[in-house]
Design a binder for this molecule. Structure first.
Ligand code: AMP
Length: 182
């Protein structure tokens, strides 16, 4: 199930472009204006609920930090658990971690080693606000598999279609972007 044109326009119009943030040349997709618009936020969450209600998920894993907002809300709507995938050093219990490259240097994400151990055969949807190069999501999907769960799909509110992040990620997990940005 994909988004209809009417709902796509409502969501698109609620997301703000901030030029040259956090550095010159980047167009930052600001979702705070989507969240403060109860109609747009509602349309988006209903669409995600409709799409994923037949997936038999056991958990949603959200990527630090904007993935938490959509992931936690969707988990409640679907009646499944929520797992945070966090930047290094934030989780208090034993973690499993995965490094990934940035334009300059490396970053690292972590998940609790027992994150999905409360069910047999965990079926997980990974979610974040946006996929650019795909490095963060690739590392997060690897983490889910490392701790013994299956990542059934990776979902993003927006995908930057001019980068090849979605292609790279789709080699390891099906990818769904609600809205593609040229
Ligand atoms: P990447 O690993 O390159 O796919 O980057 C994805 C992460 O960086 C996500 O958590 C996004 O929230 C954030 N991000 C990257 N580019 C943008 C952008 N143009 N606007 C908003 N967030 C971005």
């Amino acid at each position: 199930m994909t988004l209809n044109e009417h709902d796509r326009t409502i969501i698109m119009d609620s997301i703000r472009d901030i030029h040259d943030f956090p550095k010159p040349g980047i167009v930052f997709k600001d979702i705070t204006t989507l969240l403060s618009d109860k109609n747009a936020y509602g349309v988006l969450m209903k669409h995600l609920h409709d799409r994923y209600s037949s997936y038999n998920l056991t958990h949603i894993a959200g990527i630090d930090a904007r993935g938490f907002i959509f992931g936690a809300a969707l988990a409640q709507m679907l009646g499944v658990g929520f797992i945070p995938i966090r930047k290094k050093g934030k989780l208090p219990y034993t973690t499993v971690s995965e490094k990934y490259s940035l334009e300059y240097g490396v970053d690292e994400v972590e998940v609790h080693i027992d994150a999905f151990s409360n069910v047999e055969n965990p079926q997980v949807l990974l979610i974040d606000d946006l996929i650019a190069t795909g490095g963060t999501a690739y590392a997060a999907a690897s983490l889910i598999n490392k701790v013994g769960a299956t990542c059934v799909e990776a979902c993003f509110i927006m995908g930057l279609d001019f980068l090849d992040g979605q292609k790279k990620l789709s080699e390891v997990v099906p990818v769904y972007t609600v809205i593609g940005v040229d």
